[in-house]
Design a protein around this ligand. Structure first.
Ligand SMILES: Cc1cc2nc3c(=O)[nH]c(=O)nc-3n(C[C@H](O)[C@H](O)[C@H](O)COP(=O)(O)OP(=O)(O)OC[C@H]3O[C@@H](n4cnc5c(N)ncnc54)[C@H](O)[C@@H]3O)c2cc1C
Length: 480
């Protein structure tokens, strides 16, 4: 029998104690959404059913008990840590859902400078772990722009990626082992070893599950020596994105591993580089880091490749460094951006995809052309590539539009999603992936079958096997 809202709250209070069960109505409204419907929060117009409660779990045992309770009574669970999700993964579409919030689980359990790995609870902000690592001369190598606010649980759950990914990889390359709780309360631990070939690598069932399969309670990640004194910055302007992708490809194919490799188009670049870039300039930039010999050789090798392209005009390294040092987004920048949207009704959104070198430029051009033709009110439309691989790269579309007479609570579905649809269609048509790093959430779930093709079977069976009663974050990744 379905439990009433009151019975859900009472059940949670019995498990966690009343002080750890939040029922304040304003908090519940805020917890019904994430950045996908951020305009609802900015303009105070909430449309989704608020959760019954936020369960502030403090331990793995708490998580196990809450998931067992939810499974027994068919209560939908929405896992949460830092709350910076952008794709609707935190939305509570099912009435009387329970948000399971791991932000109280915020202990750094070990920073092991010999085995070069750190173990943390899911609610540790990445910045806190990075500070602890730097205190002993190390770094996590993970630096998403949301580093000050995102937590390790969410970062693993979304397959996040950081600005230095071209050297260190995404979170999937950094996670050594972890602990997670599956529906019904089963606690599972994947041990920490440098590599394994003992059958499929089950870490990847957990990494990227977006709370739709399990709740991640503990994570162990790699650490690396931190040597910022060796950082080398390089930048160029050039006139064509097609050409920029060619140069970027040459660098990657030649085997260089800069920590940062980016290519901006003129509109996106105009937001960042007006100090040195003209209105029609693309900007190509790199950062090399690590051991001095490696950083110097990487910078010299990249400079040699770019020098073969006379249309690339060098930019002073200092200007690239100054821009780079102000790139992360903490609470102040997020609040200022929300205020800008509230006062101007001009909205900034992003969508990231990936594809092989042979198709990425065509995807970029086709999507930009269609968005300009089909979506009214666009004020800025551009993008950049920020994560490159030997076989391709990502494209991060960055766009602004005026709300016009669209009510704020309809912006996500009437303007944002149609733009996402264009980007997804143009990417899928050319064999790319519709998500490079923000996750599927609920926003991009309509395209998940096309994204997976015949491998959708594996995804669907995973969901059925691990969440047979369908209580884990319904509608996230797998459309409901
Ligand atoms: C300003 C800004 C900049 C950003 N920059 C980047 C970037 O550079 N790179 C990048 O990859 N992303 C970026 N993001 C997106 C976002 O920060 C990442 O997706 C991040 O990994 C989310 O972590 P979180 O702790 O905030 O998770 P949350 O927002 O709390 O949750 C995200 C998703 O994971 C699930 N989840 C959360 N915790 C758990 C858990 N313990 N167990 C299981 N599931 C869980 C949730 O249900 C949800 O589906 C940015 C977002 C913002 C707002």
């Amino acid at each position: 029998m379905e439990l009433s809202r009151e019975a859900i709250v009472e059940g949670l209070q019995r498990i966690l104690g009343p002080e750890h069960v939040v029922t304040d109505e304003e908090v519940l409204r805020q917890r019904s959404i994430d950045n996908f419907r951020k305009l609802e929060s900015i303009f105070g117009v909430h449309t989704l059913p608020p959760p019954a409660a936020v369960a502030m779990v403090g331990s793995t045992e708490d998580v196990a008990a809450v998931l067992a309770f939810a499974d027994e009574h068919g209560v939908n669970v929405v896992p949460r840590t830092g709350g910076t999700a952008t794709e609707g993964g935190l939305e509570t579409h099912v009435p009387d859902s329970v948000v399971v919030d791991g932000s109280r689980m915020s202990s750094i359990l070990a920073v092991d400078a010999y085995d070069m790995q750190a173990t943390v609870q899911c609610g540790v902000p990445l910045q806190a772990l990075e500070d602890a690592a730097r205190a002993v001369g190390l770094t996590t190598g993970h630096s998403p722009q949301s580093k000050p606010v995102a937590h390790l649980g969410g970062l693993v759950a979304t397959r996040s990626i950081g600005q230095f990914s071209t050297l260190y990889g995404g979170i999937e390359d950094l996670v050594v082992g972890l602990e997670a709780v599956f529906p019904g309360g089963h606690v599972t631990r994947i041990k920490n070893v440098p590599r394994r070939a003992a059958g499929p690598d089950v870490r990847h069932v957990v990494i990227g599950n977006e709370g739709a399969l399990c709740f991640i309670t503990e994570v162990t990640v790699k650490l690396f020596p931190y040597m910022p004194e060796n950082n080398a910055y390089l930048g160029w302007t050039l006139k064509s994105m097609r050409h920029g992708f060619e140069v970027l490809r040459e660098v990657m194919v030649a085997g260089y591993k800069p920590s940062v490799a980016r290519l901006y188009d003129p509109e996106d670049g105009g937001i960042h580089f007006s100090r040195f870039a003209a209105g029609d300039d693309c900007v190509l930039l790199f950062m090399a880091e690590g051991n001095r010999g490696i950083a110097e050789a990487t910078a010299a090798g990249i400079a040699e490749i770019v020098a073969r392209h006379p249309e690339c005009v060098p930019v002073e390294a200092r200007l690239i460094q100054e821009w780079f040092e102000d790139l992360t987004w903490g609470p102040d920048k997020i609040a200022a951006e929300d205020e800008r949207i509230r006062t101007t009704r001009n909205v900034n959104r992003t969508t990231e995809v990936s594809a092989g070198w042979s198709t990425i430029h065509a995807i970029y051009e086709a999507a930009v052309t269609r968005i300009r033709a089909e979506i009214p009110g666009i004020t800025v439309l551009g993008g950049h590539s920020s994560h490159s691989y030997v076989n391709g790269t990502n494209m991060y579309f960055n766009y602004f539009y005026d709300l016009g007479d669209v009510p704020p609570e309809e912006e996500a579905t009437r303007i944002y999603l149609p733009i996402v649809a264009i980007i997804c269609e143009e990417t899928l048509a050319r064999g790319g992936s519709i998500v490079h790093h923000h996750g599927i959430g609920k926003a991009r779930a309509p395209w998940v079958r096309d994204e997976y093709g015949s491998s959708y079977l594996i995804l669907e069976r995973l969901k059925r096997a691990f969440d047979p009663t369908g209580v884990m974050n319904r509608g996230t990744i797998i459309p409901s």
